[in-house]
Design a protein around this ligand. Structure first.
Ligand code: CP
Ligand code: NVA
Length: 324
């Protein structure tokens, strides 16, 4: 049936296993399920704006709760819902009764009567678990203190596009072992990508995420390494990734963090030169230019950051289509 959702593959058998589930952490999803999101995302990217993409979210409403700032997550999700034919509703915590003391559980129960899915960006991961346990609709993690699985979907799609494969590639993460790092460890290891993290002592990734990543790596034959020296991590790497030294919610630690990270963990041209000549540079954005990455690198020929940001839209559309 040309011109229908069937054409794009929404009705693949795999959808059955993702539909209706929460998307809180990648460890809950199999490699096959993650691949099904990436493959659908690729199709949706090439079908963008064409009728063949269909409107699988027609009649569906999606609430987007933000406790923190956002540019990419907000815009990509609002557009993803709208392009798929649904209605997005942006909710800033400060303007909700949630911001005046209504519980997250009561908020979840009420939203479940209005909308078909809720995405939330929160300070504490525990808030997502409480939201998900009280809601009768799928809950999607739009970033928490410990992880950012939506970002990993876009990262994996970007790497796949650039290298036409994932298994066997090596990602060097340089800097803070933060929320974005925790998620890439799990997502990459599920798909057989090696990850080397170079971080200062005391700023390692979360122990649970590391355990999951190591177990995944053992299954897929990939490797997970925690190192101190950025040079050692990037040697012959295919992808060099970093993120801000001070994440949202850590503003008070800024001075201490800058002392620890800067300039040792900055990704500059000299560091990029130690990776493979074909290596790409990635950053979830927003970047603090000339702190964790120099202008020369982020604006240079190896930078994949704009594709990476664009892929937030396509992966969000794929995930939403499969969950709903
Ligand atoms: N990468 C990312 O999540 O960006 P925003 O904070 O702008 O949503
Ligand atoms: N680590 C950053 C990522 C922003 C997308 C933060 O949590 O602020």
């Amino acid at each position: 049936m040309p011109g229908t959702a069937r054409e794009i593959g929404y009705s693949s058998r795999r959808r059955v296993r993702i539909r209706g589930r929460d998307f809180l952490k990648l460890q809950d999803f199999s490699a096959e399920e993650i691949w099904s999101i990436l493959k659908l995302s690729k199709k949706l990217k090439s079908a963008r704006g064409r009728r063949a993409a269909g409107k699988p979210l027609r009649g569906k409403n999606v609430a987007l709760i933000f406790e923190k700032h956002s540019t990419r997550t907000r815009v990509s999700f609002e557009l993803a819902v709208a392009e798929l034919g649904g209605t997005p509703i942006y909710l800033s915590k400060a303007e909700m009764q949630l911001g005046r003391g209504e519980t997250i559980e009561d908020t979840a129960r009420v939203l479940s009567r209005y909308v078909h899915l809720v995405m939330a960006r929160v300070y504490r991961y525990e808030t997502l678990e409480r939201l998900a346990s009280a809601a009768s609709i799928p809950v999607v993690n739009g970033l928490s203190d410990i992880n950012h699985p939506l970002q990993t979907l876009a990262d994996l799609q970007t790497i796949w596009e650039r290298f036409r494969r994932l298994r066997g590639l090596t990602i060097a993460w340089v800097g803070d072992g933060n929320n974005v790092c925790n998620s890439i460890l799990v997502g990459a290891s599920k798909l057989g990508v090696n990850v080397r993290v170079a971080c200062p002592e005391g700023y390692e990734p979360d122990e649970r995420f590391l355990e999951w990543a190591r177990a995944n790596a053992e299954e897929t034959g990939s490797s997970i390494e925690i190192l101190r020296e950025p040079e050692e991590a990037v040697r012959d790497a295919d992808v060099v990734m970093t993120d801000v030294f001070v994440s949202m919610g850590q503003e008070e630690e800024r001075e201490r963090r800058m002392e620890v990270f800067y300039p040792t963990y900055q990704v500059n041209q000299a560091l990029m030169a130690k990776a493979k000549p074909t290596a790409i540079f990635m950053h979830p954005l927003p970047a603090h230019r000339n702190e964790e990455v120099t202008d020369e690198v982020i604006d240079g020929p190896q930078s994949a950051v704009w594709d990476q940001a664009e892929n937030r839209l396509h992966t969000a559309k794929a995930l939403l289509s499969l969950l709903l």
